[in-house]
Design a protein. Structure first.
Lengths: 291, 454
């Protein structure tokens, strides 16, 4: 048996090393919202003949236009969504295109567009997430006949969310990474995954508590973690393979999304034995002291 | 009959074949030449069509992809702002945008993009929807202007006096209450006449305005217009301060229901017209999408190899069960149908992860029991039994989360649209199917196909 419970302070330290800079950055700098949340410029340009999409994309990037998406539409036109741009930059872009393509494209549309994901939907999603957290808390407390398990699972969940959001706040500050609607999905995925993983570990503790095993929660959880080690490792590896493939080989447009999922699942796997379980142990120690 | 694992196994094999047919690729050209036999034809998934009991049934089993993965239809709506003071125009455009978004979601178009677009004098709303088949219907849906308005008579005599006065746009003036001030509308039946009517409930802002107006107009008529037509012009007897009102205008029950539906989906504060429609490509970029699909498939292949390396023949059976899992989930996506978007695919991937985890849990339990010296058959059944508790509890919480995110009751304070729903629904279906494959399929495969020397 591995005495996991001997090194509780190490787990605290590891979490702190990841969490403190992230949360500091989150409070200080926040997240960098993408055009999905802020709105931007919608530009439509038309050529007289078929021009490959990658050329348009290349020229736009060279001109420093913050492109978010580029869609080809019928009759040789392109729809470009980007950060708010002044009309002089658009004119410059037209000239650059003219030198690369050999034709001045016509600007069919140049509009300021509103956000895709408005405040209303974001608030509702937040409300749903909070409701889900409460639901999970109640279910876990009921299924494990102990409110401590529910609270521990939720603390681990919040830990994982803060890890992802914090890291993306740092990435936003230092690498210009933006959070978009896909990021919201990654957060929701992290939520589900974190609880799923925690419950699997808790299940073993529950089983051992029911059985004939002697000892406090520390001994029991050490035993449970040792017994579930094989499963935890195997499970972590399958997830790692899947998401690493997406991060390293997937398309550019979903790279940050895949990274957010990867961070979320790693944190979700880590937090079950090293955040949720220590909380149970701490709680029992606290309860004993008060007696 | 289902007690016998061999029978279940047979059923599963038949199911797999059926599912494989449902999941056939679209427009996929097969070209095989073996010596003298050559096959060259285009494969398509089947279309179900039959007449049963006078009901015509037709279902095309095609994958629906979202805007981000395959593009769709792009509509531009122009808002007519001539009656709106210039200071309120941005607001009016935003509330129209919300109404249109709600309407589109209400009619089941999955994950549209609806955004406002302003350039100098033109106020527009851009709508992008996946797929191109339902464009006409969608345009009709958006264009339905349930323009609800409350108006007062400008001529005092007509207002106080005879019921003969017929309200028109000319002899009335708006009191600045419109469909945008509604919280909800519902069909009700009059307690006096039993006639169907539409009960209105204002939001806090609207209730205050309505209270002010009815206080001012006690003893006078207040006309209710729908799409510029007067419906009813009741006399205000007492001020209405609780934000509740009723429209009774000799509706049939069906008319009342339709009106309530339109008002619920929201009344447009500004009339809009479609000025443009055409097809557009994937927002994520076609190249990026296909690259990601390849990466995803590679990831899945590595997972399969890993499972086999770790658990040997058991791993192989688990992979076979997972293939069935994939076929079944995909078939359900086609059947319902669910529009797949990247968030949806994320939900699907997560559910695959959970399905793999179920198998890992069971096999690790099995190994443990074997270490305790149990014979393999007993160990296997024990493994399934003991792993079930954790699989159940873990998956129930996920299903719970999905239900809240999907918001099946269309509760106003929860998301009722877009990508959050897409994510929730694919995860929900995926987890349900993974429970089935984890418990029934893997188990049956092992009972029938697996032997170990004991």
């Amino acid at each position: 048996m591995i005495r996991f419970s001997k090194y509780l302070w190490v787990y605290l330290l590891v979490s702190a090393i990841v969490l403190v800079p992230g949360v500091y950055s989150l409070v200080r700098f926040g997240l960098r919202p993408a055009i999905d949340f802020t709105g931007g410029t919608l530009l439509e340009i038309q050529f007289s003949r078929d021009v490959p999409q990658n050329i348009v994309e290349l020229v736009a990037n060279k001109d420093g236009l913050a492109l978010v998406s580029i869609q080809k539409t019928s009759s040789n036109t392109y729809l470009l969504r980007m950060k708010p741009e002044g009309s002089e930059n658009v004119a410059a872009f037209q000239t650059s295109l003219a030198t690369s393509v050999g034709e001045i494209p016509e600007v069919v549309r140049n509009e300021t567009v509103g956000p895709v994901l408005g405040k209303e939907l974001l608030q509702k999603t937040l409300a749903a997430a909070i409701m889900a957290v409460i639901g999970i808390l109640l279910y876990v407390a009921w299924a494990f006949k102990n409110v401590r398990f529910g609270v521990a699972a939720i603390v681990a969940l919040i830990h994982d969310l803060l890890v992802v959001v914090g890291i993306f706040s740092l990435l936003g500050k230092y690498a210009g990474v933006e959070v978009d609607t896909l990021f919201v999905t990654a957060i929701l995925t992290t939520m589900s995954f974190s609880v799923h993983d925690t419950i699997v570990v808790f299940d073993r503790i529950r089983e051992l508590l029911r059985g004939k095993e002697k000892g406090g929660i520390a001994e029991i959880s050490d035993m449970a973690l040792t017994q579930t080690l094989g499963r935890s490792l195997a499970n972590s590896f399958t997830i790692l393979f899947m998401l690493l493939a997406l991060v390293l080989l997937g398309g550019v447009t979903i790279r940050w999304f895949a990274l957010a999922l990867l961070i979320g699942t790693i944190s979700g796997t880590y937090s079950s034995p090293f955040v949720a379980t220590p909380i149970l142990i701490f709680w029992e120690r606290l309860a004993k002291k008060q007696k | 009959m289902l007690k016998n694992p061999r029978r279940i196994f047979l059923l599963l094999v038949i199911l797999a074949v059926l599912l494989a047919v449902v999941d056939l690729p679209e427009n996929y050209r097969v070209k095989i030449r073996v010596k003298t036999i050559s096959i060259d034809r285009v494969i398509n998934p089947p279309v179900l069509a039959f007449n049963a009991l006078g009901i015509r049934f037709r279902k095309e089993l095609k994958t629906r992809l979202g805007l981000d993965l395959s593009g769709g239809t792009h509509l531009v709506l122009e808002a007519d702002m001539k009656d709106i003071p210039s200071g309120d125009r941005t607001n009016a455009l935003e509330s129209s945008r919300q109404v249109i978004e709600r309407r589109i979601n209400f009619f089941g178009v999955s994950e549209p993009i609806v955004q406002s677009a302003i350039s100098r004098d033109s106020y527009r709303i851009i709508v992008e929807m996946p797929g191109v088949t339902d464009v006409e219907k969608a345009v009709a849906t958006i264009g339905q202007t349930a323009l609800l308005e409350f108006r007062e008579f400008t001529d005092q005599n007509a207002a106080t006096g005879s019921a003969l006065a017929f309200p028109t746009l000319a002899n009335t003036a708006s009191v600045n209450i419109s469909g945008g001030d509604l919280r909800r509308a519902a069909v009700a039946f009059s307690s006096q006449t039993g006639e169907p009517e539409v009960a209105l409930e204002f939001n806090s802002d609207g209730a205050k305005k309505f209270s002010d107006v009815t206080t001012r107009l006690v003893g006078k008529s207040l006309a209710i217009f729908l799409d510029d037509m007067p419906i009813t012009w009741p006399r205000v007897n007492t001020p209405i301060t609780d934000g509740q009102a009723v429209i009774s205008g000799g509706f049939t029950a069906e008319e009342a229901r339709r009106l309530a539906l339109q008002l619920n989906a929201g009344a447009l504060p500004v009339p809009v017209t479609v000025v443009e429609k055409r097809t557009v490509g994937a927002t994520l970029g076609a190249a990026s999408v296909s690259q990601s699909i390849r990466a995803g498939l590679l990831g899945l292949a590595i997972v399969a190899v890993f499972m086999i390396a770790l658990y040997g023949r058991l791993g192989m059976l688990a992979v076979a069960a997972l293939v069935l899992y994939g076929l079944l989930t995909f078939a359900i996506f086609r059947w319902i149908p669910i529009t797949l978007t990247l968030p949806g695919v994320a939900g699907f991937l997560l559910s695959i992860g959970m399905a793999v985890d179920s198998n890992i849990l069971i096999f690790e339990r099995y190994k443990e029991e074997r270490r305790h010296g149990k014979p393999w058959k007993v160990a296997m059944e024990l493994g399934f039994g003991k792993a079930w508790d954790s699989i159940r509890d873990a998956n129930v919480t996920t299903l719970l989360t999905c239900l809240i995110l999907f918001n099946p009751g269309n509760w106003a304070f929860l998301p009722s649209s877009g990508m959050v729903r897409g994510f929730a629904v694919t995860l929900f279906v995926g987890v349900l199917v993974s429970l089935f494959t984890g418990i029934v399929v893997t188990r049956t495969f092992i009972r029938v196909l697996y032997k170990e020397k004991s």
